[in-house]
Design a protein around this ligand. Structure first.
Ligand SMILES: [Zn+2]
Length: 731
């Protein structure tokens, strides 16, 4: 076994594990052109702008009123719908053995009736399946379909203990659920099949999974979550391989029956998501970002962040934002109703960031109807705005990079660094996109001027080369902390992969958590002036430091660094709280201008600390770093009070600036009680070369604003914003 482990590590680390795994979900040759042939787009995919979902519960048949729902779909001007069909409960008279019909179904075809009703409304119709749980008779006849826990025992369902959890990676999905999909598609010729909870429910130790994993990797299934454990690393990749195989199998089978259809697996996300977004972006004709609402401490921009994360690999393919009308906390009150203001703000931020909304409701019988009118109002407004929501491309010039390989293979907080940057860019009103770390080739970065690397620990040599080329072409780069200190497998390098760009070398130590450490703000010794990085910090001799810092040594001269280290000194007893060194010559930022580009490297966790502490001094550094690195006039500036999420889009014959008002006492933790209007905003928009502005409208206010035009610039006055205003400029 140890021989096999070594062999695996060797292939994984060097040649890219292709020997061990055949075609991996991703290859370390980062940025290599996608190998898969493009997946055909069903003809309907780009049409729907407002989605509805009705997930039936088992006792709905005979109790709920389908006419009520059809009427609601029409009133909300929903143009696509997702309806419960089968999987754990069948809502049609299925003939697939062991496919459990609803005990209340009788001789009805509830699903078929709803499909017919929605078709009559002209809607795109998608069937919903959920394979994650099953019953005693199935377990008795097919024990190999049931998930097995680490203790070797078949797993009962955690919430419905009369049921069993199914294995996501074995014959239950590959065979039984394939039959179910074939039957649904053959009978109803739906436009797609949406697949919820299809990827297993945690680790499965069934015989099939053990054998299949051993055949692929030569290893036993991991018993640890340590990503540097060879079996865990292999598992991260093998599981994806199985799921992408499953996706392709299902997609091929439904398209064989209805060529203008596809499957829509419920999957995807950012740096913490388990399935490779690059491959997802190749396979999916459209996707659903299933982040239903806020929970815990979260800003409303978390919905827009999904849109950006998915778009990073989906490009112009439609991305739908699935939102709940209820409270989404760990206690799962699935029949609850959220405040109208909270739903409005959540949906608004998604729409501003390119998501097409999808409301979901469980249970055809409503226990609380208070959400109906709010969602109807939201959808009716969006229907009026539709021509201005059909975006062609974002006009943002800044890209915030996220890295799933860092999330998978490097322990420690990439996501908190992303959150810090996200909050800082929103507060700074700088429009930005998110960028996937394996799409750093020239074509994917063509529209961007600056890339932000939030502690992206794991970067391959190829990726580092792409970043170098980006800077050589005139791009700006802002990086923090341990960025590029590991290779693509999360294995620590001797030095940064980007050491040459940063102008430093790693001294082998990371210090922290640091107590009571500061940054000293320095003026240029030659001119006596402070660097633009310190704008807004006039009068401050020092500000608080981050919490962890990487010890580095400059490899070229950095005269007059704007920030230097004031090392930690005792914070107790109070009599001992005095700096032992009020000044050092240790820079805490490295600014350089290699080639035509600009590089900012902070050798500490500025972004993560900002997310934890939210200090305005740190916000100034983050904002100034991006502004200095970008080194051009912004596409749009918005001046006025409050917190706004600002996005800028090009449509075929218009440009839109979305202004989502996040100013609210419940901004960082929902739910919002009421929307609080903010006052006048001055929007300064730079028109793309070769365009001329025609009519300019404020879509929410329904007015023509005051506009001053000078050359390529438009100065537009927006008198007030309640939740979401769109400045629409016809070209
Ligand atoms: Zn299994």
């Amino acid at each position: 076994m140890s021989m096999r482990r070594r062999e695996f590590l060797k292939t994984a680390g060097a040649a890219g594990a292709t020997v061990a795994f055949g075609k991996l979900p991703w290859s370390p040759a980062a940025g290599a052109a996608a190998s898969a042939a493009p997946v055909p787009q069903p003809s309907w995919v780009d049409k729907p702008m407002r989605w509805a979902q009705l997930t039936l519960v088992e006792d709905d048949p005979g109790k709920f009123d389908p006419r009520f729902w059809l009427d609601y779909f029409a009133r909300t001007r929903s143009d696509a719908v997702c309806l419960s069909a089968g999987g754990c409960v069948a809502y049609y008279p299925t003939n697939v053995p062991f496919h459990h019909r609803s005990a209340w179904l009788g001789d009805r075809d509830v699903f078929g009736d709803l499909v017919a009703g929605c078709r009559a409304l002209g809607m795109v119709v998608v069937a919903r399946t959920d394979p994650h749980a099953t019953y005693d008779d199935v377990q008795a006849a097919h024990p190999e379909w049931i998930a097995v826990g680490a203790d070797g025992k078949p797993r009962r369902h955690w919430a419905s203990p009369e049921m069993w959890v199914t294995c996501g990676l074995g014959p239950y999905n590959f065979e039984f659920m394939t039959d179910v999909k074939r039957e649904i598609m053959s009978r109803y010729k739906v436009d797609a099949i949406f697949i919820n909870r299809w990827d297993g429910s945690g680790m499965c130790y069934c015989e099939q999974c053990q054998r299949s994993f051993r055949d692929a990797s030569g290893l036993d299934l991991p018993r640890t979550s340590d990503p540097q454990d060879p079996s865990q690393r292999a598992y991260i990749l093998w599981r994806q391989q199985r799921l992408f195989d499953l996706w392709r199998l299902w997609d091929g089978e439904v398209r064989r029956i209805n060529a203008d259809s596809c499957v829509i697996p419920n999957t995807g996300g950012g740096a913490t998501s388990a399935l490779d977004m690059q491959r997802i972006g190749e396979l999916a004709p459209m996707l659903v970002a299933d982040r239903q609402a806020r929970r815990g401490v979260a800003a409303p921009w978390a919905n827009g962040k999904n849109g950006k994360e998915y778009r990073a690999t989906m490009g112009r393919k439609p991305i739908v934002g699935l939102f709940s009308v209820g409270v989404e906390e760990p206690y799962r009150w699935k029949d609850s109703v959220q405040s109208e203001a909270e739903i409005r703000l959540w949906v608004a931020d998604g729409v501003a960031n390119g998501l097409r909304p999808w409301f979901t409701k469980f249970s055809g019988v409503l226990h609380d109807e208070r959400w109906l009118a709010p969602v109807e109002r939201i959808y009716q407004r969006l229907a009026l705005w539709e021509p201005y929501l059909r975006n062609e491309l974002p006009l943002a010039r800044v890209g915030l990079v996220y890295s799933q390989q860092t999330g998978w293979f490097v322990s420690g907080g990439h996501e908190d660094h992303i959150h810090g940057w996200y909050q800082a860019l929103v507060e700074s009103r700088i429009p930005f996109e998110m960028v996937h770390d394996r799409l750093l080739d020239e074509a994917h970065l063509a529209s961007l001027k600056t890339l932000v690397l939030p502690n992206i620990g794991a970067l391959s040599d190829v990726q580092c080369g792409q970043l170098r080329a980006f800077v050589q072409r005139g791009g700006g780069l802002v990086a923090t902390h341990e960025t590029s200190l590991c290779d693509q497998w999360g294995v620590r390098r001797k030095n940064f992969g980007l050491a040459d760009l940063f102008g430093v070398t790693f001294k082998g130590r990371i210090e922290g958590p640091m107590q009571n450490s500061y940054l000293r703000l320095e003026a240029d010794p030659a001119t006596g002036k402070r660097h633009p990085l310190l704008a807004g910090l006039e009068g401050a001799p020092r500000i608080i430091n981050g919490v962890h810092r990487v010890e580095v040594e400059a490899t070229r001269p950095f005269p007059g660094p704007p920030l230097t280290l004031i090392p930690s000194y005792p914070d107790l007893p109070m009599e001992k709280v005095y700096p032992r060194a009020s000044k050092t010559d240790v820079p805490q930022v490295y600014l350089s201008e290699p080639g035509a580009g600009r590089v900012v490297y902070f050798p500490f966790d500025l972004d993560r600390t900002f997310w934890e502490i939210l200090a305005p001094d740190h916000l100034a550094l983050l904002r100034n770093a991006v502004t200095w690195a970008t080194n051009e006039d912004p596409v749009v500036t918005v001046v006025g009070p409050g917190v706004l999420d600002v996005t800028v889009w090009r449509q075929k014959t218009s440009i839109t600036v979305h202004l989502v008002n996040l100013t609210n006492p419940m901004m960082m933790k929902g739910p919002v009680r009421e929307l609080v209007p903010i006052g006048e905003q001055q929007v300064r928009l730079r028109l793309p070369a070769g365009t001329m502005a025609g009519t300019i409208r404020l879509l929410a206010a329904g007015t023509n604003p005051r506009v001053a035009r000078s050359g390529a610039w438009l100065d537009i006055t927006v008198p007030s914003i309640l939740d979401h205003e769109i400045v629409a400029v016809d070209l």
